[in-house]
Design a protein around this ligand. Structure first.
Ligand code: NDP
Length: 339
């Protein structure tokens, strides 16, 4: 085992859209686990839009942004190297909030043990992880999507959006995606089975959206906020449901917020529901029991956008926050489990 732990830290405070040079590598000794703890070697690092808010301080108690030398938080899949806790033993795989680094020490009660026989380990960060739980909560708990309905979802190739559309399709709804390029839309339809996908950056948008949903939209799952939310509400049917899940159009620049004209949801008698995934943490098993068999039999697909090596983490995160990722953004530190 190597003796040095490499972690990714801020090289300077991040302003606006992150760039690779906002991040640098720092080396620390690998920490020793004590009673009740375990040492993890990270195999996958999860990159998620919420980390941009965390860097800006919006996830901390004091609201202070991360400073030079601070490491962003993040979920990881790790292999247990040394354990002083009964929950997992060396060779076991766990999910933990281990941060952007190669090794971490976890309190035993803070890790979730994973079964690599049930699904590829990386899926526990995406379709079978927090993004998948978010999608399940939206479709089955908040919108309560019914067969025959039309569901629209933004950021449709991302892990939340693609899972929203696929669960809705499984329940008999028609899933329509919004995505930021023709190529993303092609993959949304061909790889994840959506009925249609509209490139919201094309010249004829939002007219193209209106033509794609001649019978209107019953449920809109919003990952983006801003003008896309307004355009989506404009094609909604009366008494429809909007699930407010994300505001990625504003994470790099809070001043990009756009006021929603409140007459719109009033006139359409809409129900608007906010979603916070952590409200569903104690329903993980219910989610897993529904979605894992679909992942196992290949009828629910997942798309991953992988980088390798710890040094590529900052640049890969910048790509995510520029909207250039295609699927679940993760860094593979490896070695990956074979079989
Ligand atoms: P994604 O991979 O979908 O997020 C990145 C994608 O967002 C981009 O590829 C891009 O897709 C789209 N995007 C739209 N506008 C912008 C912009 N201005 N800058 C950058 N990207 C943009 O990530 P997830 O699936 O993990 O998350 C989707 C949303 O759900 C996020 O807003 C996230 O914060 C939210 N979320 C909320 C949770 C909750 O509890 N409320 C839990 C989990 C996630 P395109 O080119 O197609 O527009």
């Amino acid at each position: 085992m190597q003796e040095i732990n490499r972690r990714v830290v801020l090289s300077r405070p991040v302003q606006g859209v992150p760039v690779a040079s906002d991040f640098e590598i720092a080396e620390t000794p690998i920490a020793k686990p004590f009673q009740g703890e375990m040492l993890l070697r990270h195999i996958y690092l999860s990159l998620d839009p919420w980390q941009r808010s965390a860097i800006a301080g919006r996830h901390s108690a004091d609201g202070a942004p991360l400073r030079s030398g601070d490491m962003p938080p993040g979920e990881v899949i790790g292999e247990v190297v040394e354990s002083h806790h009964p929950k997992a033993q060396p060779g076991d795989y766990v999910r933990f909030m281990g941060g952007w680094q190669e090794y971490s020490v976890a309190l035993g009660e803070d890790v979730i043990k994973l079964d690599p026989e049930q699904a590829p380990l990386s899926t526990y960060l995406g379709v079978l992880g927090m993004p998948g739980l978010t999608a399940w909560a939206s479709v089955t708990q908040l919108a309560k999507v019914q067969s025959g309905q039309t569901l629209l979802v933004s950021a449709a190739l991302g892990p939340v959006g693609s899972t929203v559309g696929q669960i809705a399709t499984k329940l008999g709804a028609t899933a329509i995606g919004l995505a930021g390029s023709d190529e993303k839309c092609r993959r949304v339809i061909e790889e994840t089975g959506f009925a249609a996908c509209i490139n919201y950056k094309s010249d004829d948008y939002p007219e193209s959206l209106r033509s794609a949903v001649p019978n209107g939209v019953d449920v809109y799952h919003d990952n983006v906020g801003g003008q896309m939310l307004i355009d989506a509400i404009n094609v909604m049917n009366d008494y429809g449901t909007v699930v407010l899940c994300g505001l990625i159009s504003q994470y790099n620049d809070a001043s990009a917020a756009v006021n929603l004209p409140m007459a719109l949801p009033i006139m359409k008698r809409l129900t608007m529901k906010g979603l916070v995934v952590y409200d569903y943490n104690d329903r993980q098993q219910e989610f897993f029991d529904l979605v894992a068999p679909w992942v196992q039999d290949g009828s629910v697909k997942y798309v991953e956008d992988r980088a390798t090596e710890i040094i590529s983490t900052g640049g890969h995160f910048a790509r995510l926050m520029r909207g250039e990722n295609t699927g679940k953004s993760l860094v593979v530190l490896g070695p990956e489990r074979v079989g």
